[in-house]
Design a binder for this molecule. Structure first.
Ligand code: 13P
Length: 260
């Protein structure tokens, strides 16, 4: 079973060899938390194997940011799920809104990629989220349910997936939904997952992403049905990301105590 609190950093198209220092620093400062919360970095593919080499011994994981729809073949410039796994990845982000927008990724392609990554033994982090217009029009939950219906693999493929709810308008903007809006959306996603997977849907981690920062992490991660975060800008510096990880650990400790 996946950890019940996962903090994943999405470096997007950022990171050069010099930035590996941040990974080393992160591994050193957060190593004692690694058992209790899942710590993941998804660097650009060029750094994946080197990041994996640093994180694995520290009990942390790495992930890819995308993969091709095919297993292998004549697809110049693309990368397969098997290659990500070979480079040390445990996770793959699939269907990020930047890929949906920049590369026209449809729900159907997202689902195919997610199924492929699962068959390669990787865990897909499937991203969903509404635009500002959809939020303002009051259809955010309907839009996300529709994305889940189109993007999540069939239940017979297994339930070893992670969902990331990332409102498009919150990404890189410094704006975040209210805690109530996050709670309502995560509850709707949980309900959808339980309808799709049965009781296994209760254990699937649902991450929040979009302007998650050290100063709002305690509050957002404590919202019901929030099981971690997918962090962009604030994951690039070990100092910031380790504060978000520490917030996740605090929330996890409180939840554990409440459950006993
Ligand atoms: P920011 O944390 O920079 O808003 O990015 C969120 C995101 O897109 C993570 O996948």
């Amino acid at each position: 079973m996946r950890p019940q609190m996962i903090l994943a950093g999405n470096w997007k198209m950022n990171g050069l060899t010099a930035d590996l220092e941040e990974v080393t620093r992160l591994a050193a400062t957060t190593a004692e938390m690694a058992g209790e919360v899942g710590i993941v970095i998804c660097p650009p593919a060029t750094l994946l194997s080197r990041v994996s080499d640093v994180l694995k011994p520290a009990g942390m994981a790495s992930g890819g940011q995308n993969c091709h729809i095919a297993v292998k073949g004549a697809h110049t410039g693309d990368i397969s799920a098997q290659m990500l796994k070979d480079a040390g990845a445990t996770y793959v982000i699939i269907g990020h809104s930047e890929r949906r927008t920049d590369h026209g990724e449809t729900d159907g392609r997202v689902r195919t990629k997610a199924e492929l990554t699962m068959s390669e033994g990787l865990v897909p982090i499937i991203c969903v989220g509404e635009t500002l217009k959809e939020r303002e029009n009051g259809v955010a939950i309907t839009v996300v349910e529709h994305q889940l219906t189109g993007s999540v693999p069939a239940a017979d493929k297994g339930a070893d997936i992670v969902i990331a709810y990332e409102p498009v308008w919150a990404i890189g903007t410094g704006r975040v939904p209210t805690n109530q809006d996050i709670a309502d959306m995560h509850k709707a996603i949980r309900t959808w997952l339980e309808a799709h997977y049965g009781s296994k849907g209760s254990d699937i981690a649902i991450l929040y992403g979009g302007s998650l920062k050290p100063d709002n992490a305690d509050e957002i991660l404590a919202v019901e049905n929030v099981n971690g975060g997918l962090v962009g800008g604030a994951s690039l510096k070990a100092e910031d990301f380790s504060k978000i990880i520490a917030a996740g650990q605090r929330v996890q400790t409180i939840r554990r105590a409440a459950a006993t």
